[in-house]
Design a protein around this ligand. Structure first.
Ligand code: ATP
Ligand code: MG
Ligand code: FE
Length: 344
């Protein structure tokens, strides 16, 4: 069985083909970063229009790259995300499935992120705890199987990726700032500043990252007057900020494994590409006798492969959508229905 996956929930157009027994046949991602850079953030209407331009050419491209003319199912991101952007991928995906007379399935974007590590070798076995860290979400999830998710804790305000992007903006880094901030942090002195680790001194698995961004802003404003080297100051703040986010995530992940008794920890979403986070998480989870799993960096951020794979699992278990489709801007992960686990 081959499934075409289409991702258009935000500012990346992602298309891929997953084939049972083979894995990824072809994939392509187009980033709209340049379109939105001048505005310092994603402009929803511009995003929708660009998805309209890019989705079909990318579908042609991956079919050509895979050397195939037909698929057995179409998966598209049905939410959560920007509603206009979602409607483009859903409309195209649903129409193609109808034309090809194959099943269509609307995939939850965060289920896509969550299952992306299953595309790697070794793949984590169920059950496991997942830390989803992306531009819009920071969630710890107890994962019993596909569609069997229990939210253990989430951010009360900004997502981790969002706080990376906002802090990057404060430091004057170009959009999208998260990866730029992470690379600047490498030149930073880890001893110059120590930022707080929010909500780690109380029990529970909730997060709060908006205060860290404010802390970075205040540090930048008070120190820059007297700083001899503004570039070094930027790097030192970036380092302290990254260290605080990383340590906070590590503390909560260790706690989640202890509370659930699980041994396997899966990280997914854009921030899971962060090198420092992987390094510290690996060390900390190893001391608990646990094992960490990540997608390759290209599958951490938005992509079509994770949607093709999640859609394949659901179509294989017999699920599909009627002709009507209704993307959802908001869609809680724990409202999903289970799917029988397919062969990976
Ligand atoms: P969501 O998945 O919650 O809807 P999204 O799709 O916008 O949000 P992703 O594409 O998963 O999010 O990830 C993008 C986020 O990851 C951005 O906030 C970006 O700054 C962050 N990010 C990407 N690479 C890194 C990195 N190396 N270090 C820190 N943050 C990173
Ligand atoms: Mg994006
Ligand atoms: Fe995402």
């Amino acid at each position: 069985m081959r499934v075409l996956g289409i991702e258009t929930s935000c500012d990346e157009t992602g298309v891929a083909i997953y084939e049972e027994g083979y894995g990824l046949r072809a994939q392509a991602v187009y980033s709209q970063a340049e379109v939105h850079a001048a505005y310092g953030g994603v402009v929803p209407e511009l995003a929708s229009r660009d998805h309209i331009r890019k989705t079909l050419p990318l579908i042609h491209q991956v079919l050509d790259d895979a050397g195939i003319e037909s698929v057995d199912g179409v998966a598209y991101t049905a939410g959560p995300g920007l509603i206009g952007a979602l409607l483009v991928g859903a409309g195209i995906g649903r129409a193609l499935a109808w034309a090809w007379q194959v099943p269509a399935i609307g995939v939850h974007h965060m289920e896509g992120h969550l299952l992306a590590p299953l595309l790697e070798d070794p793949a984590p076995a169920f059950p496991f705890v997942a830390l989803l860290v992306s531009g819009g979400h920071t969630q710890l999830v107890d994962v019993l199987g596909i569609g069997r998710y229990r939210i253990l804790g989430e951010s009360l305000d900004d997502a981790a990726g969002e706080s990376f992007d906002k802090t990057a903006k404060i430091l004057g880094l170009p959009y999208p700032g998260g990866p730029a901030l992470a690379s600047l942090a490498k030149q930073g002195d880890p001893k110059r500043f120590c930022f707080p680790r929010p909500m780690t001194d109380r029990p529970g698995l909730a997060f709060s990252f908006s205060g860290l961004k404010t802390h970075a802003l205040q540090t930048w404003q008070t120190e820059r007057e007297r700083a001899a080297d503004a570039d070094q100051l930027r790097a030192d703040i970036a380092r302290a900020f990254e260290e605080a986010v990383v340590e906070t995530l590590v503390i909560k992940c260790r706690r989640a494994l202890r509370l659930t008794g699980r041994r396997r920890l899966v990280l997914a979403g854009g921030v899971s590409a962060n090198r420092r986070l992987r390094q510290r998480m690996d060390e900390a989870i190893a001391t608990l006798g646990g094992q960490t799993y990540y997608p390759r960096p290209a599958l951490c951020t938005d992509n079509g492969a994770m949607i093709a794979f999640a859609g394949y699992q659901r179509i294989k278990s017999g699920q599909h959508e009627p002709l009507a489709f209704a993307p959802r801007a908001r869609w809680p992960l724990d409202e999903l229905i289970p799917a029988e686990v397919g062969a990976v």
